[in-house]
Design a protein around this ligand. Structure first.
Ligand code: HEC
Length: 179
């Protein structure tokens, strides 16, 4: 009966929806170009985001799914997991990475208390957990028990090594002071 009227009254709402959808898409495009730099070609599977933590976070999650285990109530939590890291959001990841490792047991206990991100990439447990060379050379005077034997190889947890570009970005970010 009142079909025309009903359609007529829907029109302004649906027009508004179209504007909102366009605005949302524009927002996404802006966010992406801010994250990756305008006009630059970035292969986010291989790194290339430089020292930008936002890009690093996205890529770590894409290749390692850290938040599947390192987050409150994550499905992959097991006894002895490292509990300081929270990869559930970029902001939580960035802030918890400024903390010290905790919660590990057995063989890995020797690294509790060690800063996840140190002064340099070579002093960072976060890097040592993914880079065999850094792990082999790991030495912090204050934590003599956190040696290569105590540091768990996280590539066994993530199903393979991090893409080398991503590892390079992670190191560059830390060496730049983890901004
Ligand atoms: C399947 C679950 C799982 C996933 C996925 C996972 N981790 Fe872990 N992580 C653990 C557990 C369990 C430990 C405790 C040591 C061990 O058993 O490996 C740990 C320990 C660590 C440690 C401390 C290493 C040490 O021995 O001192 C770091 C750093 C770490 N994880 C970072 C990460 C990051 C970054 C990612 C994502 C790229 C990730 N992990 C993905 C389960 C996981």
């Amino acid at each position: 009966m009142n079909k025309t009227n009903r359609l007529g009254s829907l029109e302004p709402a649906s027009t508004m929806f179209r504007y909102r959808a366009l605005a949302a898409r524009a927002g996404v495009a802006t966010a992406l170009s801010l994250a990756f730099g305008c006009g630059e070609t970035v292969d986010d599977a291989l790194g290339g985001g430089g020292e930008d933590f936002s890009a690093i976070y996205t890529e770590m999650e894409a290749s390692g799914e850290c938040s599947g285990c390192h987050a409150p109530n994550a499905p992959g939590i097991v006894a002895g997991i490292e509990t300081t890291q929270d990869w559930s959001t970029e902001a939580r990841a960035k802030s918890t990475l400024r903390g010290n490792a905790a919660g590990m047991i057995g063989n890995n206990e020797g690294c509790n208390g060690v800063p996840l991100v140190g002064d340099t990439a070579d002093d960072s447990l976060l890097v040592a957990a993914f880079d065999e060379d850094v792990r082999e050379g790991f030495e912090l005077a204050a934590f003599p028990d956190c040696t290569a034997d105590a540091i768990a190889d996280q590539t066994l947890k993530t199903g393979g090594p991090l893409p080398s570009g991503l590892l390079a970005d992670l190191k560059a970010w830390i060496n730049a002071g983890a901004p």
